[in-house]
Design a protein around this ligand. Structure first.
Ligand code: ZN
Length: 488
């Protein structure tokens, strides 16, 4: 039986009970990266947000087809259909083939997603692999009378569209607001109206990436790929479309318009948007000097960073806020996330070592219910984490002999933690994530040698080992059960 899950729908501005189009199946499309630069926090947030949603829907017994695209063509430098293509520009500056840029940054994006423990989507289609589908869609929009061709480019006629469909339905902007915001300064545009947007663009002689079309050589408008690829893999109307809040307008508004203009149907039932990450309260941006890419977080090599932060610390940092809230980056916030994550994972380890009693002083079933309720309520990961920390308190109290759990409850608590910490939130211990089998084996040996030194009353050597390990970020803990280690 599928669970009753409430989803906040940007389209209706309400939380609604999720009802799939096809029973027990979910089609979910999420806008992926434009691969022309290093992956950064702005990529990590949607990656992790929709990874947890993907994981939870699968746990709720849905068969999920998760499609996340790679934008490798058509994304221009500004939203007014002008300027160079982002990938073209990078290729020109670095004197490389555009596809070398695409290959390099797709691989670095995948590597980053993997270290953040995000599962791969079911399909990861590329814009350049779907030029034919995009051309077909443009043709149909022209046939239906919602677009016009001029100088080899095709524009969606927003005024015409708005006569039949409500343009601005997702963003809440009406046509007048949009006109205000997009009026060109020079008045030189070939568009009939500044609100119109390109669905196919004529390639200027210097534009490198180009394809033949009925309108001459050109390339698709950026919004077109998501409409064409979501339709191809999920159908004309599908369940969930996700992405960052910055994509609501114009990107997702344009997707709705393209689908209506082409298929005369609304493409998406539930629109979900994650909020942004700010740095010192400001939007993160290359030009603002506050731009930190993920690799810099992992190595600590950036003037704004006091130390390095593991991928799991970043994951915890992102999930301890609700996906619709903003998160502000600071070293203090990340250090707090690091502490929280370590405490949670240490409790997971302790859970495997504590023993049961004849009676329980804690209601594990109630904890389980609260964890489910948090996730059923629009994937509320901060509430879930708070509930798990109630569990952490109990685990540590049982270890100290202050509380007790029966064998049945202990097993139940283990399964709750395995499910929510590992399977749903996708946390892996830093030993698994940072270290490997070899590290574990070497550390076992080091602990054994230190134990021998202590047994021989050679406390200088024992202290030296502990201090030297501290310097490389490994902490040794001594207890009456023996010594253990953890990566700080
Ligand atoms: Zn998109």
């Amino acid at each position: 039986m599928s669970r009753k899950i409430q989803i906040y729908n940007t389209l209706t501005r309400n939380k609604e009970e999720f009802k799939p189009i096809v029973e027990n199946h979910v089609g979910m499309y999420v806008c992926g990266p434009t691969v022309y630069g290093d992956p950064h926090l702005g990529h990590a947030r949607p990656g992790i947000t929709f990874d947890v949603i993907f994981r939870y829907l699968k746990h709720a017994d849905y068969s999920v087809r998760y499609v996340r695209n790679i934008t490798d063509a058509g994304h221009l430098e500004n939203d007014a259909d002008e300027g160079e293509g982002k990938i073209d520009k990078k290729a020109r500056l670095e004197q490389l083939e555009p596809m070398e840029i695409v290959q390099f940054y797709t691989l670095s994006y995948h590597k980053a997603m993997e270290s953040l423990n995000c599962l791969s989507p079911s399909i990861e289609p590329r814009a350049t692999g779907h030029i034919i589908e995009q051309i077909e869609m443009v043709k149909k929009i022209l046939e239906n009378g919602f677009a016009y061709e001029i100088n080899g480019s095709v524009y969606l006629d927003v005024n015409k569209y708005n006569e039949k469909y409500p343009y601005g339905i997702l963003s809440g902007r009406n046509l007048e607001d949009t006109l205000e915001g997009t009026r060109e300064l020079d008045g030189q545009s070939e568009k009939k109206s500044s609100v119109d947007f390109a669905i196919w663009k004529n390639a200027s002689p210097e534009h490198i990436m180009r394809w033949p079309s009925p309108w001459g050589e050109g390339f698709p408008g950026w919004h077109m790929e998501c409409s064409a690829m979501s339709e191809k893999y999920l159908g004309k109307t599908f369940d969930i479309h996700g992405g960052g809040m910055d994509l609501v307008f114009p990107h997702h508004e344009a997707e709705i318009a393209q689908s209506n203009a082409c298929n005369d149907c609304n493409p998406v039932n539930y629109w979900m948007h994650n909020n942004m990450i700010t740095v010192d309260g400001k939007k993160m941006g290359k030009s603002l000097g506050n731009f930190i890419n993920l690799e810099e977080f992992f190595t600590g090599e950036h003037p704004k960073l006091d130390q390095s932060y593991s991928p799991m610390t970043i994951r915890f940092f992102i999930l301890q806020a609700h996906y619709r809230s903003t998160i502000d980056f600071s070293n203090e916030a990340l250090q707090a996330a690091e502490k929280g994550f370590t405490k949670l994972m240490n409790a997971m380890e302790t859970l495997g070592k504590i023993s049961s009693s004849d009676n329980s002083t804690f209601d594990v079933n109630d904890l389980e219910q609260k964890c489910y309720s948090a996730m059923d309520d629009d994937f509320n990961t901060p509430i879930l984490i708070a509930n798990l920390f109630d569990g952490v308190r109990i685990i540590n109290s049982v270890k100290d002999g202050k509380e007790s759990l029966t064998a049945v409850d202990l097993e139940k608590l283990k399964s709750v933690f395995n499910l929510f910490v590992a399977d749903v939130l996708g946390f892996v211990s830093s030993k698994e994530n940072n270290g490997n089998d070899l590290t574990n084996e070497v550390m076992e040996l080091v602990l054994k040698l230190r134990g021998n030194a202590k047994n021989n009353n050679d406390f200088d050597t024992a202290d030296l080992i502990r201090e030297e390990l501290e310097k490389v970020g490994i902490q040794i803990k001594d207890s009456h059960e023996g010594s253990s280690w953890e990566i700080k």
